[in-house]
Design a protein around this ligand. Structure first.
Ligand SMILES: Nc1nc2c(c(=O)[nH]1)N[C@H]1C(S)=C(S)[C@@H](COP(=O)(O)OP(=O)(O)OC[C@H]3O[C@@H](n4cnc5c(=O)[nH]c(N)nc54)[C@H](O)[C@@H]3O)O[C@H]1N2
Ligand SMILES: Nc1nc2c(c(=O)[nH]1)N[C@H]1C(S)=C(S)[C@@H](COP(=O)(O)OP(=O)(O)OC[C@H]3O[C@@H](n4cnc5c(=O)[nH]c(N)nc54)[C@H](O)[C@@H]3O)O[C@H]1N2
Ligand SMILES: [Mo]
Length: 708
């Protein structure tokens, strides 16, 4: 989302810098964008399709690769039923214009229930909450950080991540500006993060307990007097919400969270008295055993303090290409929940997908409907989903696997065929998703810097090639209608889809609002600025009655689970519980989940895959002198360097995710030299938000011993 300037001589990039005139990023650029040159030139990046037999890889032609993959996918479904073919879709899809606009068609064509993605190790609780409260899974309120007077951040470190479900390049400047205008930033996190260090106040919270804090805060705020303002006209469920949070008093919350009762009362007072306020929770409150409840209560807090849909509060962006109002069949749809269940454990569907924590067991467990073939698209589930060792084992057992991916990495080494797309500099770019999540309404189109190499296929073209062939297999031959459909889609292309999307969008030519077309976007060097976020309710609500549901039944019904998990202070905590440490994750500006560690610029310097341990804990365990430790959980054990620091709360240890590149068969030379270990060899596929199946990465119980 950063506007960048790239200078090139011929086919060589000479300089990458931030664009001062970009209306959103205002000159800011993060290290990952600066590394695009290294990504483009990476000698380990695959340039042609690769085919594996045993452990031998051979380059093959695109035609041969498409034919083989389509045939194998078709055969698996014909022999074993549709659901025998599964998908895993990874995070870079959200940044890939072509896949976002053309991918859904292909996924629908394959017609399997076994669709998995990174959503269920990330933002699923946010989407479920949006679906239930506002009627659309993508209608997520975004903090109006550039105008707020009070910013309460839970489980997010935007100084490292640049904001998430809050695209906000250059957060350091934005927070400085917030404080310079007299506003306040409070961070609640088990680690004193970069963001916490730049805030007015930081409170340690015991991992996994935020839901109690939020419920108690809500109860306090409601006792202080809800002030919903105009929201009251179209909001239902205030008394149900009152009843729902009644059991959660500040003493209970203080006991389990480690945040003093008086601190909680102060937070409630500040929220009520601030001119405007935004409560924001991200992955630390989403990859969480009570992720759904957390996201619900955060929205509820913003609503009962009158801060939803008003400047300085949390607001709904209005992008030029609006994913919410795209025609059926192109867009994602409003959402769905629990229409079907995963085969082995019965985990619920959301938005047509199953929780990825079920992927390995649904491959490994014998029986009808077992997954036998898998397509991974821009994903690395071996490193990014719980119990990665088990995922490894499952992928190795598949009859057939194909990966659309530029690297031979921890996941794709299990594929029989890898289909590599060209680089980001060889394709156009428009942020279909992130303009919907950004703190300001802007639009930017980037044309490809370099032409796509002769004979190469974009991600979306790869899917179209496969789709056409699979349809031909099903029909028994190539039908004229099918041929024409695919020819038309190829011709329309990403630019054609974009143009259509912009024209039917809220600033489109027909709406007389200055008229946004692709031509106009192309003609601006720095993108278009539509200004700060604007109030949008009740018009933008998707429930048929155009009302906000403050206390969705599914959420209220989940509260007894929270009550049961955190007994009253009188109950004793077992010795076992006291002894184990709670593991949390962290991000660094130079990491990008699991896949950019092959770029020398991003891995230079001190190793970052280290376990942060509080000195008191190290002393209590007799580990002060250890340089490296073994960390063990229910599912596995890894060895990592240890760093003693009071940056983490006593009882908590912190380790980044996305490392563990020493698995055999990976062809990423630089990454292998900076291998680290994978946190997801410790995370537990059985530890979930029981409501929606999102992996509960916050607070995995672990034990430590010195590595000799
Ligand atoms: N313990 C723990 N686990 C986590 C997290 C955590 O905080 N803690 N974070 C979670 C989160 S938020 C997320 S989003 C997931 C991410 O999980 P994934 O999406 O599974 O993993 P990534 O590391 O993003 O891997 C992306 C893959 O896409 C490939 N790729 C990159 N660009 C392209 C492209 O343009 N086209 C194609 N076809 N492929 C491409 C890369 O080579 C890589 O194989 O991880 C989750 N896992
Ligand atoms: N540089 C960089 N930027 C990224 C990414 C990246 O890998 N690198 N990944 C991108 C992706 S896919 C995503 S989803 C976003 C995520 O963006 P953020 O949500 O900002 O992610 P993190 O930096 O992991 O911050 C999560 C914080 O939650 C804290 N935490 C853990 N458990 C708990 C808990 O129980 N309660 C509370 N209150 N806090 C807890 C952790 O200590 C950590 O500081 O970042 C995006 N941006
Ligand atoms: Mo993510």
């Amino acid at each position: 989302m950063c506007g960048i300037r790239i200078e090139a001589e011929g086919s060589r990039v000479t300089r990458i810098s931030g664009d001062d005139d970009d209306p959103l990023s205002r000159g800011y650029i993060c290290p990952k964008a600066a590394a695009l040159k290294e990504l483009h030139e990476d000698p380990d990046r695959l340039r042609t399709p690769m085919r594996r037999s045993g452990s031998e890889w051979k380059a093959i032609s695109w035609e041969a690769a498409f034919d083989e993959v389509a045939e194998r996918m078709h055969r698996i479904q014909a022999d074993h039923g549709r659901d025998a073919m599964g998908f895993y879709i990874g995070n870079p899809v959200a940044h890939n214009t072509g896949l976002l606009l053309m991918g859904p068609m292909f996924l629908r064509l394959v017609r399997t229930k076994n669709r998995f993605s990174a959503t269920s190790v990330d933002q699923l609780p946010h989407m479920l909450t949006a679906f239930w409260m506002f009627g659309h899974q993508l209608l997520m309120p975004i903090p109006d950080v550039d105008r707020t007077d009070y910013f309460l951040v839970l489980g997010a470190n935007p100084l490292a991540s640049n904001g998430s479900l809050m695209s906000a390049p250059g957060m350091r400047h934005r927070l400085e500006a917030l404080r310079a205008r007299g506003g306040k930033v409070v961070v609640i996190d088990p680690r004193r993060t970069e963001t916490a260090a730049a805030a007015d106040r930081h409170l340690f919270v015991r991992p996994g307990t935020d839901a109690l804090l939020l419920a108690a805060l809500l109860r306090e705020v409601l006792e202080g007097g809800a002030k919903m303002g105009r929201l009251a006209d179209f909001t239902d469920g205030l008394s149900a919400l009152r009843g729902a949070v009644a059991p959660f008093d500040v003493q209970l919350a203080a006991h389990h969270t480690g945040i003093a009762a008086e601190e909680i009362r102060t937070l409630a007072r500040e929220l009520l008295s601030a001119r405007s306020a935004a409560v924001y929770g991200r992955v630390g409150t989403s990859m969480h055993a009570f992720g759904g409840i957390c996201q619900w209560l955060i929205n509820a807090l913003n609503i009962v303090t009158g801060n939803l849909d008003r400047p300085g509060g949390v607001m709904f962006p209005l992008p030029a290409l609006d994913p919410l109002t795209l025609p059926r069949g192109v867009g994602l749809g409003r959402g769905s929940f629990g229409r079907f269940k995963s085969r082995v454990r019965g985990l619920p569907e959301f938005g047509g997908e199953l929780p990825v924590a079920a992927l390995a067991e649904d491959i490994l467990t014998e029986g009808d409907g077992r997954i036998r073939g898998l397509l991974t698209l821009a994903g690395n589930p071996v490193l990014s989903t719980p119990n990665g060792k088990q995922v490894d084992k499952a992928l190795a057992s598949l009859d057939f696997m194909v990966s659309v991916d530029p690297y031979l990495n921890e996941t794709t080494r299990h594929a029989h065929v890898i289909l590599p797309p060209p680089t980001p500099l060889e394709r156009s770019h428009y942020d279909v998703v992130f303009h919907l999540l950004a703190v300001r309404n802007t639009a930017r189109y980037g044309a490809p810097l370099f032409p796509k190499p002769e004979g190469a296929f974009h991600d979306w073209q790869i899917l179209l090639e496969l789709g056409e062939r699979i349809e031909a297999h099903r029909d028994g031959k190539k039908k004229l209608g099918t041929r024409l459909k695919y020819a038309a889609l190829q011709r329309l292309g990403v630019e054609g889809m974009l143009e259509l999307g912009l024209r039917v969008g809220p600033y489109g030519v027909r709406k007389g609002l200055g008229g946004v077309s692709l031509k106009k976007l192309r003609s601006t060097d720095h993108g278009l600025d539509f200004g700060p976020l604007q109030p949008a309710l009740p018009g933008r609500l998707f429930h048929r009655d155009k009302r906000v549901q403050l206390a969705p039944k599914g959420m209220v019904d989940d509260l007894p689970r929270l009550v049961a998990a955190f007994p009253r202070p009188s109950a004793t905590i077992s010795n076992e519980e006291r002894k184990s440490l709670l593991l949390v994750g962290r991000r660094h500006t130079r990491d990008n989940n699991s896949w950019m560690h092959n770029l020398p610029k991003l891995v230079a310097g001190k190793p970052r895959c280290t376990l942060m341990v509080h000195p008191e804990d190290a002393r209590a365990l007799g580990l002060e002198a250890a340089k490296e430790v073994w960390v063990a959980s229910r599912v596995g054990e890894i060895r990592v360097p240890m760093v003693l620091t009071d940056e983490v709360m006593p009882g908590v240890v912190s380790l980044p995710h996305g490392y563990g590149h020493d698995r055999g068969g990976v062809r990423m030379k630089v990454a292998a030299e900076h291998a680290g270990a994978s946190i997801n060899d410790l995370t537990d596929e059985l530890a979930l938000d029981a409501l929606c199946g999102t992996a509960a990465f916050s607070g995995v119980p672990v034990t430590l011993r010195a590595a000799l």
